[in-house]
Design a protein around this ligand. Structure first.
Ligand code: NIG
Ligand code: FE
Length: 391
């Protein structure tokens, strides 16, 4: 099936070979899609003469951009923590200890319950323009439940991450090394066949650098690729560890230091910012301007989870990144598309160019700036995933 999207007012391609700026922007453009792939991109009045047999969609001057690539989520879980959020807004501090209450609710949930919940999140993300999502385990924290969460995640995405080292579960309190033995032993054996990535929460109150290194190295030896949660609640050595081990991404970076920035800038590791977390936990926003100016590759993700960030809206996260982190809208949109693809080491998504996957978003607004300019307004008009109109 072929589709021609025409009369595009502003097309963000992220293709450096195209267009007027770093986002590969074209005006008055058209895109031709053939069987799930981008076939042609160019000015609307230069559609190839031999292009025929397609369905035409008139964008009516709206903006088109690559589908959002959300490289960090925790959306297989039971229960929620609205009361914890309410208490936080009344002045209580966020502490990762709340994770344990979600673990209890998740262990108690059936596959059907978890699957229904998960598919609800996937639907709401898709309606807001997300066409690729990474999903982590981490609310099971026993062999059976972690493997169960990964199997469910693998039903809806190929970007599945084993996060057995999320926190130390209650039954291992004061025996964190014994829990790490389980994470790198029997749990890894049960989980690795369902996952592509291994992740660890390297933070005071979760896992030390030495424990994090053990977890990541065991995952790498088992064929998984590393990514890391670090510097969310305070500065630490997690960013340096991620860079040293060649992680695709290190995520949060709320308290990233000058040394971390220098190490990131000299590496292939992406720093994934999670604006929903600072928003919902009242932590200070990291300065994305400083990161980008230093040469760090920055992505934006939603980190959808019941504790620190219960938004699934990439447009919302873009708006917050622009308003609070010093990014231009062009940088934030790049970070939510091409940046997310880099954080997942994917070359087939996050860019609108011939041969790439036809994952696109059409806005009911003339420019991508409207994503930040009109926060909270549902601007996503249409979404194509693999060339198929899904919304
Ligand atoms: O990415 N930092 C650790 N994990 C999640 C929060 C999980 C929770 O609070 O339930 C995060 O923010
Ligand atoms: Fe997370």
């Amino acid at each position: 099936m072929r589709t021609l999207i025409t009369n595009i007012g502003e097309l963000t391609t992220n293709d450096p070979a195209v267009g007027e700026d770093a986002c590969g922007t074209l005006h008055d453009a058209a895109v031709l899609i053939d069987h799930g792939r981008i076939e042609w991109v160019g000015p609307a009045d230069e559609v190839p003469a031999d292009a025929e047999g397609f369905e035409e969609v008139n964008a009516h001057g709206g903006a088109v951009l690559p589908g959002f690539v959300d490289s960090h989520s925790h959306i297989v879980f039971g229960g929620d923590r609205a009361a914890e959020f309410e208490a936080r807004m009344a002045g209580q501090k966020y502490a990762a200890g709340g994770i344990r209450s979600t673990v209890a609710a998740t262990r108690a949930a059936t596959d059907e319950e978890l699957r229904a919940r998960l598919s609800g999140f996937i639907d709401e993300m898709a309606a807001q323009g997300t066409t690729t999502v990474e999903i982590k385990s981490g609310y099971g924290l026993d062999v059976e439940t972690e493997a169960r969460l990964l199997r469910l995640a693998a039903e809806v995405t190929e970007e599945v991450t084993y996060l057995g080292a999320h926190v130390v579960p209650a039954e291992f309190a004061d025996r964190s090394d014994a829990y790490v033995d389980l994470v790198v032993g029997e749990m890894l054996e049960a989980c690795a066949p369902h996952a592509k990535w291994i992740d660890v929460f390297c933070e005071r109150g979760a896992f030390t650098v030495a424990q994090s290194r053990r977890v990541l190295e065991a995952g790498i030896a088992r064929g998984l690729h590393p990514r890391v949660h670090a510097s969310q609640l305070g500065p630490g050595e997690g960013v340096q560890l991620a860079v040293e081990l060649g992680a695709a991404s290190v995520d949060h970076g709320t308290y990233v230091t000058d040394d971390d920035i220098a190490a990131l800038a000299a590496s292939d590791t992406v720093l994934t910012l999670l604006p929903g977390v600072e928003f919902s936990t009242r932590q200070p926003y990291p300065d994305a301007r400083r990161l980008i100016d230093a040469g760090v590759t920055v992505a934006i993700a939603c980190d959808t989870n019941p504790g620190s960030s219960f938004t699934s809206s990439m447009p919302f996260c873009i708006a917050v990144a622009v308003r609070e982190m010093g990014m231009t809208t062009a940088e934030a949109v790049w970070a939510a598309t091409a940046g997310g693809a880099a954080a997942l080491r994917r070359e087939d998504i996050g860019v609108i160019a011939p041969g790439k996957r036809a994952d696109l978003v059409l806005l009911g607004a003339a420019t991508r700036v409207h994503l930040a300019y009109r926060p909270g307004v549902p601007l996503v008009r249409h979404v194509w995933k693999d060339g198929v109109l899904t919304h």
